[in-house]
Ligand binder design. Structure first.
Ligand code: UTP
Length: 185
C-alpha cells in the first residue's frame, strides 16, 4: 500500500439529533460560515490525495449531489455579471479532477450498512471513510494523519474522539483491548 485514492462518504443518515434544522436540509449541508460541512470534508480528502469519492446518499439528500455538480444557470448569470470571485467559489479548482460517485439508498440501516453499500465499488484496495458530519480542523488534517499511519503500518486505522461518559449514548463507541490501547497515537 503506498497511497489511498478512494474515499467513502456515508451521508445517508436521518440526522435526528439536529431536528428541526435537518428536516429539509441534510445534516452534511448545514453551513459553517460560508460553506456546507461536507465541503470541508471533501476539501480535506482531496488535499490528502483522494481522487475518487463515493457518496452513500439517499434520494432525499439531492442537495449534496447538486452542491458538487455544476450549476450552469448560476454560472451563466455570474459570467454575465462579471463576478469572477463568486464563480471561483462555486467552481473550485481543487475539485476539478475529483471523480464523484453517488450510491443512493432507500433505507437507513446504520453506518456499517451504509459503508457496505460501496463494497462493489471498492476492489482489493485500501480506502478511506470520512464521516463528514464531524468537523475537525487540524494541520495536518485528520484524514492526512490517518492515511499516513495506515500506509506506514500497512494496517487499518481508526480516528477516535474521547467523549464524557454521560454522552456515550450519542456516539458509536469502540471497545478496546490492551493490544488496541498500546497502539494509540
Ligand atoms: P450518525 O451516527 O450521526 O447518524 O451518522 P445520523 O442518522 O446521521 O444522525 P442521528 O443519529 O439521527 O442524529 C454518522 C454518519 O453516517 C451516516 C450519516 O449521514 C453521517 O454522516 N449514516 C448514518 C448513513 O450514511 N446511513 C445511516 O443509516 C446512518
Amino acid at each position: 500500500m503506498n497511497k489511498i485514492t478512494k474515499a467513502i462518504f456515508p451521508v445517508a443518515g436521518l440526522g435526528t439529533r439536529f431536528l428541526p434544522a435537518t428536516k429539509a436540509i441534510p445534516k452534511e449541508m448545514l453551513p459553517i460560515i460560508d460553506k456546507p460541512l461536507i465541503e470541508y470534508a471533501v476539501e480535506e480528502a482531496v488535499l490528502a490525495g483522494i481522487t475518487e469519492i463515493i457518496f452513500i446518499t439517499s434520494h432525499t439528500k439531492r442537495s449534496i449531489e447538486d452542491h458538487f455538480n455544476q450549476n450552469y444557470e448560476l454560472e451563466k448569470k455570474l459570467v454575465q455579471l462579471g463576478n469572477n470571485d463568486a464563480l471561483k467559489k462555486i467552481n473550485r479548482d481543487i475539485f476539478k479532477k475529483l471523480h464523484l460517485l453517488m450510491s443512493n439508498r432507500v433505507i437507513q440501516k446504520g453506518l456499517g450498512d451504509a459503508v457496505l453499500q460501496a463494497r462493489h465499488l471498492i476492489e482489493e484496495e485500501a480506502f478511506a471513510i470520512l464521516l463528514a458530519d464531524d468537523l475537525i480542523i487540524n494541520n495536518p488534517s485528520a484524514t492526512q494523519q490517518l492515511i499516513d499511519i495506515a500506509i506506514e503500518n500497512e494496517s487499518s486505522v481508526l480516528g477516535l474522539n474521547r467523549v464524557p461518559q454521560k454522552d456515550l449514548g450519542k456516539y458509536g463507541v469502540v471497545a478496546s483491548s490492551k493490544a488496541f490501547s498500546d497502539k494509540l497515537y
